[in-house]
Design a binder for this molecule. Structure first.
Ligand code: G6P
Ligand code: MG
Length: 222
């Protein structure tokens, strides 16, 4: 049986994936670059710095800015993003997530956060979820961001278990790849169009019950 669940945050625990998109869209517009929701799928799960590179590349501006200028642009995006998440609270936790966290605790399953976001701890506090998490992996301390497996490996390590003993839950392609490479069992939140047809998927977070996780685990481990 699985011993841990490693959660992504943005787009899995709450709707901040949308706020990241709106902040990037605003910054991109100022740079003369248009991004749409399709392109945004490639930004999901990707670090702030790498997202900026993808956007500049998308606008044929790959080498336009110095490293320092890029750092300032990334900070500007974060400023836009922070201004939209100040009022987030427990009411913004996606349906079913609080119940799942409670069920996991009741079954003594360990809980870890494997988010690429440096704002993760702040958001957990705002949503009053911090106490459910046995570990929060620090994205600033892992060598490579998603789609590399590092953050999921770090989160499993923080729980003192192997990634193979964990389920990872993600809403992004990069994140699903990272879970697969870490050897945890992926569950995607999204559609086959967004995440592919070869992994277990739910379209809504309230489908993420303990029973669903349990059955999914059993059907992949006989
Ligand atoms: C998550 C989100 C990305 C975001 C990244 C970094 O992975 O899905 O959209 O770019 O975190 O977030 P941060 O809050 O550190 O800029
Ligand atoms: Mg996400």
């Amino acid at each position: 049986m699985f011993k841990g669940v490693l959660f992504d945050l943005d787009g899995v625990i709450t709707d901040t994936a949308e706020y990241h998109y709106q902040a990037w869209k605003l910054l991109a517009k100022e740079l003369g670059i248009t991004i749409d929701r399709d392109f945004n799928e490639s930004l999901k799960g990707v670090s702030r710095e790498d997202s900026l590179k993808l956007i500049l590349n998308h606008g044929d501006q790959t080498n336009k800015y110095t490293l320092e200028e890029c750092a300032r642009l990334a900070e500007k995006k974060n400023h836009y993003y922070l201004s939209t998440i100040q009022s987030i609270g427990p009411k913004d936790v996606f349906p079913g997530i609080l119940a799942l966290l409670q069920e996991l605790k009741a079954h003594q399953v360990k809980i870890g956060l494997a988010s690429a976001s440096k704002n993760g701890p702040f958001l957990l506090e705002k949503m009053a979820l911090t106490s459910f998490f046995d570990t929060v992996a620090d994205p600033a301390k892992v060598p490579f961001g998603k789609p590399a497996p590092d953050i999921f490996i770090a989160a499993a390590k923080g729980l003192n278990i192997q990634p193979e003993e964990c389920i990872g839950i993600e809403d992004s392609k990069a994140g699903i790849q990272a879970i697969i490479k870490s050897r945890a069992l992926p569950i995607g939140v999204g559609t086959t169009k967004e995440l592919g047809a070869n992994i277990p998927l739910v379209t809504k977070t309230d489908q993420l019950t303990y029973d669903y996780l349990h059955n999914t685990w059993n059907s992949h481990h006989d």
